[in-house]
Design a protein around this ligand. Structure first.
Ligand SMILES: [Zn+2]
Length: 186
């Protein structure tokens, strides 16, 4: 659902520590961890919104979350947001921790902080650029979609704009008619 091509740059940086295989492997694992967190975010949202969830595929520099067609445009936008939200949910506490307490004496831990924190936030921001195949191409559509839903709800019989009509009984003994017409959310 998103391209990570630009993060080849990260691979170049990682190549700099090739002399230290242990750290390099840990770095790669953390990088794939970021991908996994992102794609898992998509799938959790998809599942909560009633989509069939198929799989997560991780490739060297990008990942794909596979799920069934969302029920609405808004749902699709929410699922697009969920990838970066999942990254931010982990990255922001790490960044705040480092800002408050600094780095540790352990190089490996510091590298995890950098990749799962700062690097992850950077990729999340990049991924929100409104261009295909990045998530931003879908994610920002949530605002016009929410606006359209709001307008639909306002003009739906039973919506709050026309609710007053139902409080005018047709005959003296008629009770106010309560119509339950929740606007369809799809
Ligand atoms: Zn994505």
């Amino acid at each position: 659902m998103c391209s990570w091509t630009v993060f080849l740059v990260a691979a170049v940086i990682l190549a700099g520590v090739l002399r230290r295989p242990g750290l390099t492997l840990l770095g790669l694992a953390a990088y794939w961890g970021v991908l996994l967190i992102h794609e898992t975010g998509h799938l959790i949202a998809a599942q909560r919104l009633g989509c069939t969830v198929f799989s997560i595929e991780l490739y060297p520099i990008f990942g794909i979350a596979r799920f069934g067609t969302p029920w609405s445009r808004i749902d699709h936008c929410k699922i697009a947001w969920a990838g970066v939200v999942a990254q931010a949910a982990i990255a922001i506490p790490i960044v705040l921790w480092v800002a408050a307490f600094g780095y540790t004496r352990f190089e490996a831990v510091n590298m995890l902080f950098v990749i799962l924190g700062f690097f992850s936030l950077g990729t999340a921001a990049f991924n929100l650029l409104p261009t295909r195949p990045l998530d931003g191409a879908t994610a920002w559509g949530i605002f016009p979609a929410l606006w359209a839903q709001r307008r639909r709800r306002d003009s739906t019989p039973g919506g709050h704009r026309s609710a007053i009509a139902y409080w005018q009984p047709r005959s003296p003994d008629a009770s106010p008619r309560i119509k339950s017409s929740l606007p369809a959310n799809r």
